[in-house]
Design a protein around this ligand. Structure first.
Ligand SMILES: Nc1ncnc2c1ncn2[C@@H]1O[C@H](COP(=O)(O)OP(=O)(O)OP(=O)(O)O)[C@@H](O)[C@H]1O
Ligand SMILES: [Mg+2]
Length: 506
């Protein structure tokens, strides 16, 4: 054997997973049209691609949750004929899904030890052993949680830590994380990256689904991009610059547009000294026709609570709200909806959608009265409007009747926005409007929001995506410990300047 052959054999040996022309069809929907992928032990491999391109479906094939329609799967060189979920775990594959799949009503220790109990076939869990396993796993990744606390009481980042602990106690050789950073703050992302790098150093293969190029650069060794159910590019991360990345994802170039509104004097909404003790104090701002107002701050700064207050979820205790020239009071969600305020919540999967209902039922859910006639609900009209929104917002959906659950994560997010747009709101508050949305669709959603602002609808974007804020908003409020920076003009503020402001004492 010559040196090249030896190198090739070593590389082959290092390949943990090989997928060969995997196809997956759901009835007429061709989610995967022949994807090939190789993942090596000790590498961090990012998987990117537009919403609905097939990333989550591919992961579900690897985890045995979906049967591939066609194609071959090799694990550590052996062809696997039927990959069931249990077999996949037994072979060392662990997946952390977009919603982490943790059980809120069980403790940290129970959640961590759960799969182990399933694998060993023990119906009863040994509590002492479960706690010990949990503590060991936490020590391995440097996490500190009370093993007895219920998971529902944990922060998003800690729920994710529980999922990672559960994966490592099952001797994972391949860890797959589906959009692990969407709900994390910048610090939490750093912490997660450190954990992932340590697992890689131990020889684990890691696959991460991520849309954000900045984050991918910081962590990935290699990158595979899917488009429309096919793999269009694979290479070392250093072979991709932004232009190539975006072109591979979308098939065309996407300009980094900057919205520079020219607001008129017409006031849409004015908020004076809004206060909710313990959440935020003395928040004042005014949104004029054409304005786009951004609110940012670290998690727990009060940024989300302002949205919750304006939509009546957790009303403010003091302050004056004027909408289109009239003073209004908001004590409940009903009040907010009566005044035509719309709210795209942060946690779309639990607060924004009925996952088991159709896309149509979801689209009209906040405006159902419009479709109620003497003869009951006008289903044709409901379907018509749903198809209009599917088209307008660029949602990849097979039909208005398809179940919400069958939409990809990013496409589901687009439909939450459509649901509120369909209420014809006077004021629309969006908390993390483009979380989990790909670059191309992000630009589409922003363009829709710019148009709303121009038409005289008040638009407030709450976000921690600093680029999103400086490229789309002309006014910005930074929150810190419930205190406000006052309204800043974004002008030509850079991301670095904004980061500086966020971390300063203000
Ligand atoms: N159970 C299902 N039934 C029918 N269609 C499905 C099902 N699951 C996924 N699809 C479709 O398959 C395609 C790929 O979806 P998938 O969830 O894999 O996308 P994704 O790349 O993960 O997108 P996102 O970035 O939005 O999460 C989409 O068109 C989706 O609607
Ligand atoms: Mg997905």
């Amino acid at each position: 054997m010559n040196t090249t052959e030896r190198k090739l054999v070593r590389m082959m040996a290092d390949t943990f997973l090989k997928l060969d022309h995997i196809k997956k069809y759901f009835g007429g929907v061709k989610a995967l049209k022949g994807v090939s992928l190789e993942v090596r032990s000790g590498e961090i491999h990012c998987l990117a691609g537009e919403n609905g391109c097939g990333k989550s479906t591919l992961i579900k094939v690897i985890s045995g949750a979906h049967d591939a329609t066609e194609g071959e799967i090799y694990i550590e060189g052996s062809k696997i004929d039927k990959l069931t979920p249990i077999e996949s775990i037994r072979l060392g594959i662990q997946v952390i899904y977009q919603d982490f799949a943790v059980f809120p009503n069980l403790s940290v220790a129970e959640n961590i030890a759960m799969n182990r109990a399933l694998m060993t076939g023990n119906k009863k869990m040994n509590w002492k052993e479960a706690r010990e396993l949990a503590l060991q796993a936490m020590e391995q990744i440097g996490a500190h949680m009370d093993p007895d606390v219920l998971v529902e009481r944990l922060s998003v980042a800690n729920k994710q830590m529980v999922a990672i602990c559960r994966a490592i106690i099952n001797d994972a050789k391949l860890l797959i994380l589906d959009e692990p950073t969407t709900a994390l703050t910048a610090n939490e992302v750093e912490k997660l990256n450190t954990i992932i790098r340590n697992l890689k150093a131990k020889g684990m293969a890691i696959v991460i689904v991520n849309h954000k190029l900045d984050e991918i650069y910081k962590i990935a060794d290699r990158l595979t991009i899917l488009r429309n159910g096919e793999n269009v590019a694979t290479g070392m991360i250093t072979e991709f610059d932004r232009a190539r990345f975006v072109k591979c994802m979308t098939g065309h170039e996407v300009a980094d547009t900057i919205y520079r509104p020219e607001p008129s004097d017409e006031e849409i909404v004015k908020v004076e000294n809004l206060t909710k003790k313990g959440a935020f104090e003395q928040v004042s701002f005014c949104v004029k026709k054409g304005d786009m107002l951004g609110i940012t701050g670290l998690l727990g700064s009060g940024r989300g609570e302002i949205g919750d207050a304006l939509f009546g979820i957790a009303p403010a205790e003091e302050g004056v709200i004027t909408l289109n020239g009239k003073k209004i009071e908001i004590h409940s969600i009903q009040d907010a909806m009566q005044h035509k305020i719309g709210y795209v919540p942060e946690d779309r999967l639990t607060q924004g959608l009925f996952m088991n209902r159709s896309i149509c039922q979801n689209t009209v859910a906040a405006s159902i009265a419009k479709y109620l006639g003497k003869m009951g609900l006008n289903h044709n009209k409901m379907k018509e409007i749903t198809n209009y929104w599917i088209k307008t917002i660029g949602c990849a959906a097979p039909s208005a009747e398809a179940t919400m659950r069958t939409l990809s994560g990013g496409n589901a997010q687009k439909m939450v926005i459509a649901k509120w747009l369909n209420t014809e709101p006077s004021l629309l508050i969006l908390n993390g409007p483009t979380v989990g949305v790909d670059v191309g669709s992000k630009a589409d959603i922003h363009a829709i929001l710019h148009n709303l602002a121009k038409k005289g609808i008040g638009v407030i974007i709450i976000s921690d995506d600093l680029n999103e804020l400086i490229h789309n908003c002309n006014k910005l409020i930074i929150m810190k410990n419930g205190r406000t920076s006052g309204v800043l003009e974004t002008g030509d503020m850079s991301e670095a300047e904004l980061t500086g402001l966020l971390n300063s004492g203000m």
